[in-house]
Structures are given as structure tokens and as C-alpha cells.
Write a protein that binds this ligand. Structure first.
Ligand code: MN
Length: 247
């Protein structure tokens, strides 16, 4: 299998099926076109109450982050897709895979929608996230030396991102774990990023993610955030991303 094919297979396995574009909510169309009716992207409810991540992330931040910021990405993505008939019916994952050819509004808002949905599902109540699976723990040890060294390197990526963006843990095309960082709402699924791969976890280092509680102390937010990481979810993503890659 070529690297390109391997990456495509890896990405397909890692993609969250919950993000497939809904077919249940067709957008209004001016005419009764025979072609497939475009489906709107929608904001899913948080998988937990707004106060579930206290005291690591405060309730007000969650309300604004999900209800205002994420909602705006969804709304603006729907506008951008509606403006270009060639994009109708494409899943979010299909948009990511051809992002280098798409307008900035799709890149910023499509990325914003995917990233935040992924982010919400990466977290759980403080202390409830368990530990990495044996397979993931072994890979972390192999590629970073230890879980603590991985966390330190991830923090460096998060604090080192100038301005707004994300820090990621991905599985690269070679099957190895890698820490990356992207600006704005770019993510490792986009064909235009230098370091592509299957995301296992990602932390939002935009100020809107932490400013009410942590102000300028991004490093403190990155440290505290580990209390929220749902390692069962991350481990499942790792298993999906590496299925069939060994042997
Ligand atoms: Mn955000």
C-alpha cells in the first residue's frame, strides 16, 4: 500500500461517523431541483452539561464556546456551502480532504465545526477519563519516552502556537504518534497542512477557550486540561487509526 493510500485508509477509519452530514434536515431550496437536496450542518448538543467540566473549564466559557462560537462556525459554514453548488451534499470529511481548493470561509468554518465537535467529545468530567489503553500507552512510550514527556511536549506545542490555533496528537501515515500544531481552525485532516494524520486528541488554544478563567495563563490551562481528557475515547481513536496497520 502506498503512503497516500495508507493515509487515506487511516483517515477514513479515524473519522467520526457522527459528523457525517445529516440527511434528515434538508435546507430550503428555491426550486424543486431534481438533484440531491443540500443538507444543513447542525450543532450537536454537548455530550455533557455545561457545568460538567468545572472547575477545569467554567460553565460560562462552555456556554459561550459551544453556544456562540461553535454555533457561528456551523452557521457560517452553511452559508459558505450554500453559496457554492459544487459543495452541496459533501460531508465535512470530504471538505477537509479537498480544502486546498476551497474558499477561506469553508476552511475557517468547516475546520471550526469539525474541530469543536472533536474537542467536545475528547473531554469528560474531571478525573473520569481513565488512562490510555495498553496499546496507546505503549505507543506513547515508544514515540515520546513516557506519558509525562508526551504531556510536556504537547504543552510546548500549545504554548508555542502564536495567536490562535490548536495542538494535536495524531497518528501519521507511518503509524507513529506525532504532536502537531495548526493555526486558526486548520486541522490534521486538511490536505493543505504540512503534517497530516488521524487526530487522536486536540486542544483548543484560542483565547476564547480559556480566557475567562485563565486570562493570559495558557500554560496553566494546558496543564489543567489533562484532567478532562477521555482516554477511552482517545484509545478507541488510536485503535481505529491503527487497525490493519500492523503485521
Ligand atoms: Mn474554540
Amino acid at each position: 500500500m502506498s503512503h497516500r493510500l495508507a493515509l487515506a485508509a487511516l483517515l477514513a477509519l479515524a473519522l467520526p461517523t457522527a459528523l457525517a452530514q445529516s440527511t434528515a434536515a434538508p435546507a430550503p431550496s428555491a426550486a424543486a431541483a431534481p438533484a440531491a437536496v443540500p443538507a444543513a450542518f447542525t450543532l450537536a448538543p454537548l455530550p455533557y452539561p455545561h457545568d460538567a467540566l468545572e472547575p477545569v473549564i467554567d460553565t460560562r466559557t462552555m456556554q459561550i464556546h459551544h453556544g456562540k462560537h461553535h454555533q457561528a462556525y456551523v452557521d457560517n459554514l452553511n452559508r459558505a456551502v450554500a453559496a457554492d453548488p459544487s459543495l452541496r451534499g459533501l460531508t465535512l470529511e470530504a471538505l477537509m480532504a479537498r480544502m486546498s481548493t476551497l474558499p477561506a470561509a469553508v476552511r475557517n468554518n468547516g475546520g471550526g465545526h469539525w474541530n469543536h465537535d472533536f474537542f467536545w467529545r475528547t473531554m469528560t468530567r474531571p478525573g473520569q477519563g481513565g488512562a490510555p489503553s495498553a496499546a496507546l500507552a505503549a505507543a506513547i512510550d515508544r514515540d515520546f519516552g513516557s506519558l509525562d514527556k508526551f504531556k510536556a511536549a504537547f504543552k510546548t506545542a500549545g504554548t508555542g502556537r502564536f495567536g490562535s490555533g490548536w495542538a494535536w496528537l495524531i497518528v501519521g501515515a507511518d503509524g507513529r504518534l506525532q504532536i502537531t500544531s495548526t493555526p486558526n481552525q486548520d486541522n490534521p485532516l486538511m490536505d493543505l497542512v504540512a503534517e497530516r494524520g488521524a487526530p487522536l486528541l486536540g486542544n483548543d488554544v484560542w483565547e476564547h477557550a480559556y480566557y475567562l478563567q485563565y486570562q493570559n495563563r495558557r500554560g496553566d490551562y494546558l496543564d489543567a486540561w489533562w484532567q478532562l481528557v477521555d482516554w477511552s475515547v482517545v484509545s478507541q481513536r488510536y485503535a481505529a487509526a491503527t487497525a490493519g496497520k500492523r503485521g
